[in-house]
Design a binder for this molecule. Sequence first.
Ligand SMILES: *[C@@H]1O[C@H](CO)[C@@H](O)[C@H](O)[C@H]1NC(C)=O
Ligand SMILES: *[C@@H]1O[C@H](CO)[C@@H](O)[C@H](O)[C@H]1NC(C)=O
Length: 328
Amino acid sequence: MISAFTSLLALASAVRGGTTIWDGSFNPFTTVADFDKWSWANEVGTYQWYIHGSQPTSHYLALDPSYKNPADTAETNGLRMTIDSTATWNSNMERAELIPQTTQNLGTGNLFYHFSLMHSDTNPPDSTLEHQIFFFESHFTELKYGVAPNPTDLEWHVGGQPQWSTPFIAGQWYNFAYDINFSAGTVGLWASNGSSPLTKVANNIAASTSTNSEDFHVGVLRIVNTNAPEDWYVSGVYIESGPITTAIGSGSGASNPSSPSSTTVAPTTTAPASTAPSSTAPSTTSSASGATQTQWGQCGGTGYTGATVCASPFTCVAVSPPYYYQCQ
Ligand SMILES: *[C@@H]1O[C@H](CO)[C@@H](O)[C@H](O)[C@H]1NC(C)=O
Ligand SMILES: *[C@@H]1O[C@H](CO)[C@@H](O)[C@H](O)[C@H]1NC(C)=O
């Protein structure tokens, strides 16, 4: 009786939930050279690849079956993203970030932004440095690492405020879905480890939810002051309209056939200002000009163009001058 019930539950959790509206699976990429096929003049494939350092793409990206969450059977490879002293882009921040290439509206209704993340003992992230992970240009929600109050945790932030965190242990896969209701202006978090199905770990709260559908940063930005390389492992990236798929490995690379083909070449006529290469300042806060920055948000530093005034009672502290100033 109990085992029959358990297998029913297992079956239920394996069923796809919503519709994949953008599939960030790495299956269309045979080698990392395929990421270079995208350019501003030729916007092909599923990812924009321009936020990276001066070295060849193979210096920053690598594909291998051992780089994915083993529970993700729909994908052939995971992606290893490397940042080091050569990885500065338009600033003194080290960056390796992919952006969705799609004509879908990724900022409407209730959407789930899925991804899985891991680091190993080789080139692990430095917990003394701030990292911004899987973020939107406005930073209304993101993961962070190397920041207060728990620098050795993966921390989920909303509007620059820490909301939830988990110890970031080498060799363990972490699965996430940002639960974003663009109609209500709220965001919540689903999470799990390894092959476990996602569970909701943080209820939706108010946020300045918005995206131009070309500013979801799949990757890592490090606020620099060391040359040590770091390797980050990524798989299971996809965006789904609700209800959420909680099973790991049944979303990315396993698109609902009724959804628009996500591998279709989708040329766009104009590059949005916030992601155009001429838009040189990588914004690291959500604050529009005139707004105040919230606790733990950036308030100054090289290349920074956002709010420089901290909300009361916080003050702008030179955490890593001249690169980074933070409201504390
Ligand atoms: C999203 O927000 C809208 C507007 O508040 C609400 O009607 C809708 O039920 C929400 N969707 C979900 C899945 O919570
Ligand atoms: C993931 O693992 C960490 C460390 O073992 C644990 O603290 C955390 O609760 C787990 N998170 C989830 C969502 O299961």
